[in-house]
Structure formats: structure tokens, C-alpha cells
Write a protein that binds this ligand. Structure first.
Ligand SMILES: NC(=O)c1ccc[n+]([C@@H]2O[C@H](COP(=O)([O-])OP(=O)(O)OC[C@H]3O[C@@H](n4cnc5c(N)ncnc54)[C@H](OP(=O)(O)O)[C@@H]3O)[C@@H](O)[C@H]2O)c1
Length: 248
């Protein structure tokens, strides 16, 4: 018996990195997916068709830029019009910024918040309406240890993730009684394209705080997302789970 048979999930950042890995993990457990990406490409469409074929689920691409509220709303219409439920929302898409605060133009800071915070929150508000009607749902926000720990060069990225974490805890308190759980995964440095940008800023110090002394694999983050999405986490709400190999 698969963990997510007949469930429907919306996943952002489905085209690469952690979001792609979560998309495949949920699909492999029988979950139908609305796979959200910024750009339509033949590679992405072929890849999503492969997942659908391999795991016997529907994987439907939806396109919007998270920095553009009108596009998010337009993309969500496709999901809404299907009249299908949405049981799981994974806000995985995000951008990093490693500038020192004094070197960061406010336009850049706003751009990062638009994607990492306001984009995720806008989509959450739309999906939540469906979940409230259903009286069930699991919302998983991918934040970062940078939203908990304080490091130089994290003033922009870290605060956008801290906002997402605090928002998630408040939302969990607001929606728990309706059967909707909201949790956060806070990965440490993870082996995706994004980590290359971070390495440029901090070099080998990237693993200084990691007890296990290595990057996370995106699959290790996806396993936790699967747990939170599933009924195995039926009483887990308002939590922030670090996936960082432990602090030293
Ligand atoms: N990798 C790490 O070390 C690490 C650690 C902690 C937390 N995280 C978090 O994990 C999540 C996934 O990161 P990742 O490592 O998988 O990074 P990644 O490989 O760089 O992928 C980022 C994803 O976000 C999408 N995205 C970026 N801007 C977007 C926009 N404006 N609209 C829609 N989609 C957008 C990208 O789409 P495009 O392909 O179109 O750019 C891509 O799918 C992020 O929230 C990140 O902050 C990552």
C-alpha cells in the first residue's frame, strides 16, 4: 500500500533541486501532482510525463513566476477549475542571496522576499481555501537553517526564511482545528545548484557547523517531506524540522 494513494499535491520548484526530488518522491508513493515551475520547457514536460508513466499517477505542469501575484492567481485557476482536491502543498521554490546587508539594494531584498515569502504565502492562501472546504491538508514550507541561525551574509535570505517559519507556526495555530497541518523543513546546505552560490560566498566554511560534515542529499529532504505529507505525521503540526546532519 502506497503512502499517498489518491492524494493530490501542489509542489513549487518542481523542475529541479529539492522541489523536483519531492515531486518524484510523492509521485512514487501514489500522489497525483500539480507540478509548478516558472518556465515551460520541453525537458520539464517530458520529465513530468516520465514520472506520471513510471508511477501511474497524474503529473500536471502549471506555470507561474512566484514574484508575480497575478501569474500565481492565474496558475491556481487551472488547479481550482479541475474541481479536484488538494491534500498537500509543498512550497519548495526559492532563491538565495549572500550579499552583506550594506551591499544589498532594497530592490534585491524585496525581490527575494517576493519569491521566498510573499510568493509562498500567496499560493498558500489560495490553496488553503480548498483545504478548508475539505477539512484536511498538509502544508510543507521549505525554509532553511538560515532562517533560524544567524550568519553574516544572510540578512536577506535568512530573514525571508525566518518570516516563512514564523508565518507557518501562526498558520498552524489558525488551521489546526480544521484538520490542516502546517510544518516547516529547514535544510542545511544541500547538494543542488543553489549550494554553489553559497559556496562562492563562504567557501569550505559551508560545512563548519555540520556534525556529519557533508551536504544533505535532496532525497534526504524529500523523505522528511513525504513523512509530513502523509498520515504518519497526522499529529505533527506547527513544527520546524531541521535536516542538517546535526550541529557541532
Ligand atoms: N540547496 C540548499 O543548500 C538549501 C538549503 C536550505 C534551504 N533550501 C531551500 O530549498 C528550496 C529549494 O532549493 P534548491 O536547493 O532546490 O534550489 P535550486 O536547485 O536553485 O532550485 C530552486 C527552484 O526554485 C525555483 N524558483 C526560483 N525562483 C522562482 C520564481 N521566481 N518563480 C518560480 N519558481 C522559482 C527554480 O526555478 P527555475 O529553474 O525557473 O529557476 C527552481 O525550481 C528553496 O526554498 C531553498 O531556499 C536550499
Amino acid at each position: 500500500m502506497k503512502l499517498l494513494n489518491e492524494k493530490y499535491a501542489v509542489v513549487t520548484g518542481a523542475n529541479r533541486g529539492i522541489g523536483h526530488c519531492i515531486t518524484e518522491k510523492l509521485a512514487s508513493e501514489g500522489c497525483n501532482i500539480w507540478a509548478c515551475a516558472r518556465k515551460q520547457t520541453d525537458e520539464f514536460e517530458a520529465d513530468m510525463a516520465r514520472l506520471a508513466e513510471e508511477y501511474g499517477v497524474t503529473v500536471t505542469p502549471v506555470y507561474f513566476d512566484l514574484a508575480d501575484e497575478a501569474q500565481i492567481k492565474e496558475g491556481f485557476k487551472t488547479i481550482y477549475k479541475s474541481k479536484l482536491p488538494v491534500n498537500i502543498l509543498v512550497n519548495a521554490a526559492g532563491v538565495v542571496n549572500t550579499d552583506l546587508f550594506q551591499m544589498t539594494p532594497m530592490t534585491v531584498m524585496r525581490q527575494v522576499f517576493d519569491i521566498n515569502y510573499f510568493g509562498a504565502v500567496t499560493l498558500t492562501q489560495l490553496v488553503l481555501k480548498l483545504m478548508q472546504r475539505q477539512k484536511n491538508g498538509s502544508i510543507i514550507n521549505i525554509a532553511s537553517v538560515a532562517g533560524i541561525d544567524t550568519n553574516p551574509t544572510n540578512a536577506t535570505y535568512g530573514t525571508s526564511k525566518a518570516a516563512l517559519i514564523h508565518f507557518s507556526k501562526i498558520l498552524a495555530a489558525e488551521t489546526g482545528a480544521s484538520g490542516i497541518r502546517v510544518n516547516v523543513i529547514a535544510p542545511g546546505p544541500t547538494d543542488t545548484d543553489m549550494v554553489e552560490t553559497v559556496k562562492k560566498a563562504v567557501g569550505e566554511h559551508i560545512l563548519d557547523r555540520c556534525a556529519m560534515g557533508r551536504l544533505a542529499k535532496p532525497e534526504e529532504v524529500a523523505e522528511v517531506a513525504l513523512f509530513l505529507a502523509s498520515d504518519k505525521a497526522s499529529f505533527v503540526n506547527g513544527q520546524v524540522i531541521r535536516v542538517d546532519g546535526g550541529a557541532n
